[in-house]
Design a binder for this molecule. Structure first.
Ligand code: SAH
Length: 355
């Protein structure tokens, strides 16, 4: 399969053009077409000579994803389904900004992107891992989700969260290459502070990303405040138990300025006890982290339940009394299976959607 032009770094594009005997300014022209003018064909690149457009189309695919379906939710969240070059699918979810964070009149948009097809980590509550791991996404397939979402919605994406399908830190090199495209001045040019990488807790990669010079944000899917609870629901905890994870997060804090986020799904009778709330508050205080509580979203085929709202509020209140900043997350997109944990491999069902 041809390489993806929009996934190329400006440096490698410049190299390719030089070898093809092209003047240096062609590189900026092409990058502008891709990233600023959001061209969706080589033919649209009208200031390039026809021979060069032809040469490009023989050597590259312009984009790595083609849009097959959009599903809209009542709260203006949209889920895009994309087909990859090899016929597999990924989803991205565009959310209007949370008015609680940005004010009612805000028109900011956050895109939730996928980093892999499927996931190998097998968290017991999550839909994405149910069908196992298929493959890593290429840098162009990750950054391309932003380009495609902007083109399809006509909106500018202001914030990006790596909270779609997959474990971004397991696809580390491609993640960094995609981040370079998303933040690069010649490409998408979004500030690193507007990017949040979410991880199930891959300790060596957390340490490695801490050393990365950009001020990217980190969210950690904690979901259990003791090894006993976390072991039951997140197999990754057996490899990197809480003590090692917390040490890695201290290291993160020693090198990064932005507050960490601890994500904590509330699952009835699994991790929602007062004891867990007290332990969670202790970890958050140690890390100066804020906590995002997410009432569990039911997943077809899994028997877990979300606790009653009053129970979630009591958990929240315990954190508050312990002096920790916590929010009970307002879920977006629950009605279109686009809420957290609901992006999953749907090859068979999605085939039916492609006309
Ligand atoms: N692998 C990374 C990126 C995926 S993020 C990570 O684990 O962080 C997806 C977020 O949704 C994670 O916080 C995940 O734990 C959460 N999630 C998974 N299943 C969920 C469910 N059924 N209800 C609510 N949140 C869920």
């Amino acid at each position: 399969m041809l390489p993806i032009l929009s996934g190329m770094s400006p440096e490698s594009l410049a190299d390719w053009l030089r070898l093809a005997g092209q003047p240096a300014f062609r590189c900026s022209q092409i990058l502008d077409w891709i990233w600023k003018k959001q061209a969706d064909s080589f033919a649209a690149m009208s200031n390039l000579p026809a021979t060069l457009r032809n040469d490009l189309s023989e050597n590259f695919r312009l984009h790595g994803l083609s849009h097959t379906h959009t599903q809209g939710a009542a709260d203006a969240t949209r889920k895009f389904l994309f087909r990859l070059g090899d016929g597999r699918y990924v989803e991205s979810v565009l959310m209007a900004a949370n008015p609680a964070l940005y004010g009612e009149s805000s028109d900011r948009h956050t895109l939730c992107v996928s980093s892999q097809v499927g996931c190998a980590y097998g968290c017991k509550f999550c839909a994405s891992g149910l069908a196992g791991f298929a493959r890593h996404l290429q840098p162009g397939e990750i950054a391309g989700q932003v380009l495609a979402a902007q083109r399809l919605s006509g909106e500018r994406v202001d914030n990006l969260v790596f909270m779609g399908m997959g474990e971004p830190l397991a696809n580390f090199d491609h993640l960094l290459a995609a981040i370079a495209l998303i933040t690069g001045p010649k490409t998408l040019h979004l500030g690193a502070r507007h990017l949040t990488v979410s991880t199930a807790g891959l300790v060596p990669q957390i340490r490695q990303l801490a050393e990365h010079p950009q001020q990217i944000r980190l969210a950690v899917s904690l979901h259990g405040a003791s090894d006993e609870v976390r072991d039951k629901i997140m197999p990754v905890n057996r490899k990197w138990p809480l003590a090692e994870l917390l040490d890695a997060l201290d290291y993160w804090n020693s090198l990064k300025k932005q507050k960490l986020t601890l994500e904590y799904i509330l699952i009835a009778n699994i991790n929602d006890s007062q004891e867990q709330a007290i332990l969670l508050a202790r970890h958050a205080r140690r890390l100066h982290a804020k906590i995002n509580l997410i009432p569990y979203n039911t997943v077809d085929g899994l028997e877990w339940q979300r606790p009653a709202e009053s129970h979630c509020l009591a958990f929240l209140a315990t954190l508050g009394r312990a002096g920790v900043t916590a929010t009970l997350r307002l879920e977006k997109g629950h009605d279109i299976d686009a809420a957290c944990g609901q992006l999953r491999l749907k090859q068979e069902t999605t085939e039916g959607l492609v006309h």
